[in-house]
Design a protein around this ligand. Structure first.
Ligand code: PAF
Length: 287
């Protein structure tokens, strides 16, 4: 695996891979890699001949009171994991390489960025869109893979790729990969390591409450009381606060008030032990 920390080295590594006529996949990450990321890498291999992974803790997507400083950084261990997966290229710029002095551009995606995490974390999706737009231009991948755990992020990136003519053929080249879960259903996340053992045990209530809510919706329960019951379940299980429990159109993310025969998604963000967890599930019967 070649590691690039400057744009010049990255460009020649990408040219070399492309010179051999290889299709290139990009898996953008912020490091602290877990099985969810490795699943993205393995999936990437199915769509391309060579896999590039980026590791960059992007300051632009953290709010002033968020966990930028505390965010886990484990470059050596991450690189070893990627070596083990046979990744060809690691792009690991520092902040100065990604945002050189004088950097002044902001990519802002309207509509899908506005509600849910966009409302709870002002500026977050501008930071995500800006860095992902740069990553696409830097690596010029044929496909890029993102976890469905960040469902809204995926929608924002797809909208941006379509609107800015990035990564042809746009949306089809942006591949969403289903969330990887622990045995008790908790979605894997680099932030799970902030949880104390007690909070970690309580956090399993999140997927459980969501699954129960989905079963209730599928059996004909009304939307508003079902969402209220999920909130009550979470607060009772030890969650301190809830940013949102929303039923939304899976693509536009517009809230929906009645289940209809269209793809719907249940999305939740809630805090436990000081850590903000997000999750989302399709409103369909469990497999
Ligand atoms: O999902 C993440 O890890 C980040 O938001 C991403 C897409 C790598 C952009 O920094």
């Amino acid at each position: 695996m070649q590691t690039a920390t400057t744009l010049e080295v990255l460009r020649s590594a990408v040219d070399l891979l492309r010179g051999k006529g290889k299709r290139l996949a990009l898996v953008p990450t912020m490091g602290a890699l877990h099985e969810g990321h490795l699943t993205l890498v393995r999936e990437a291999r199915k769509h391309a001949d060579a896999v590039a992974v980026s590791i960059f803790v992007n300051p632009k997507q953290f709010g002033p009171n968020e966990d930028l400083d505390a965010y886990p950084r484990r470059m050596a261990a991450d690189a070893a994991l990627l070596e083990g997966e046979g990744v060809e290229l690691l792009w690991a710029p520092d902040v100065g390489a990604m945002y050189p002095a004088g950097f002044a551009t902001n990519v802002s995606v309207g509509g899908v960025s506005d509600g849910l995490c966009g409302a709870a974390r002002p500026g977050h999706f501008d930071g995500v869109a800006t860095v992902v737009c740069k990553l696409f231009n830097q690596v010029r991948p044929d496909v890029a893979l993102f976890g469905e755990k960040d469902w809204q992020q995926l929608a924002v990136i797809r909208r941006m790729a379509r609107d800015l003519d990035l990564v042809l053929p746009h949306v089809a080249a942006i591949i969403g990969v289903p969330t990887v879960r622990e045995a008790d259903g908790l979605a894997l996340s680099s932030r799970n390591q902030y949880l104390s053992p007690e909070a970690r045990a309580q956090a399993a209530a999140l997927p459980k409450a969501m699954r129960q809510g989905i079963e209730a919706l599928l059996s004909g329960s009304a939307v508003a009381p079902t969402l209220a019951a999920i909130e009550a379940h979470l607060l009772q299980a030890g969650f301190e606060s809830i940013d949102y429990v929303t039923l939304a159109d899976a693509e536009s993310l517009m809230p929906i008030e009645a289940t209809e025969p269209r793809p719907a998604r249940l999305l939740v963000a809630a805090r436990i032990g000081g850590t903000r967890l997000i999750d989302n599930m399709a409103v369909e019967p469990a497999e």
